[in-house]
Design a protein. Structure first.
Length: 224
């Protein structure tokens, strides 16, 4: 399959890229920093340095046109987390969180839909923090709100793209030990590492759309 993964330079995205490659899939791996990706020796890997906050995505589209005839799976994994009391949040914090966690996913879906055929699958990597009724944490108000917006975008895009045979689902992850989590919560040890969750995400991306569409699935070892 032809796979596009954002936020692929580290953490879950990097682990996902290696996992897909290990199963023989072809991957366009998008990240601002692609140094780690350059060290992966695989002819099916196409690392691409790109800032998803840019206004236009023509460079991404040109790469896809040159590399793939079609896209089977899009994984919107790129994300940013800010742990800060609500009263200290700035307008710039708001813009960063929503531009990366929501707007970038919206733009990737919009631009890649013409490359996706019947059976295509969009998987948005969300968070338990964006799920109504789940446990919330101080300092993550805007992060959780952005992931909640991504969840609703998932549901509405699934409806609108169903006529094209394209499925859209979201995986609301619990804590995973990534660089992003460590920076936001120094000293905290999550129950899962990126390699462990990557295998689950890949399996879901490949086959989950056969039975699910428009769903936001909690993926967490804790309840609720």
């Amino acid at each position: 399959m032809n796979v596009v993964i954002t936020g692929a330079g580290r953490g879950i995205g990097y682990a996902l890229t290696k996992t897909f490659l290990g199963e023989g899939h072809s991957v366009i791996a998008i990240s601002r920093n692609i140094e780690k990706l350059k060290s992966v020796n695989n002819k099916n890997l196409y690392p691409f340095s790109f800032d998803l906050r840019q206004p236009g995505y023509s460079d991404v589209l040109n790469l896809i046109k040159k590399t793939f005839q079609k896209v089977d799976i899009l994984i919107n994994n790129a994300g940013v987390m800010i742990n800060k009391p609500f009263g200290e949040m700035t307008d710039d914090d708001f813009d960063l969180l929503f531009n990366v966690n929501v707007k970038a996913a919206f733009k990737m879906i919009r631009e890649l839909v013409p490359f996706m055929e019947n059976g295509g699958h969009v998987v948005n990597i969300s968070s338990m923090g964006g799920v109504q009724g789940s446990v919330k944490f101080s300092g993550l108000s805007l992060y959780s709100a952005a992931k909640g917006a991504l969840n609703i975008l998932t549901e509405t895009m699934a409806l609108e793209l169903s006529d094209n045979g394209i499925s859209v689902n979201a995986l609301a992850l619990g804590a995973v030990q990534t660089e992003m989590l460590s920076a936001a919560f120094p000293g905290y040890e999550a129950p899962l590492n990126p390699d462990q969750i990557a295998s689950f995400i890949m399996d879901f991306a490949v086959s989950g759309n056969k039975v699910l569409n428009g769903k936001v699935l909690p993926v967490s070892l804790s309840t609720p």
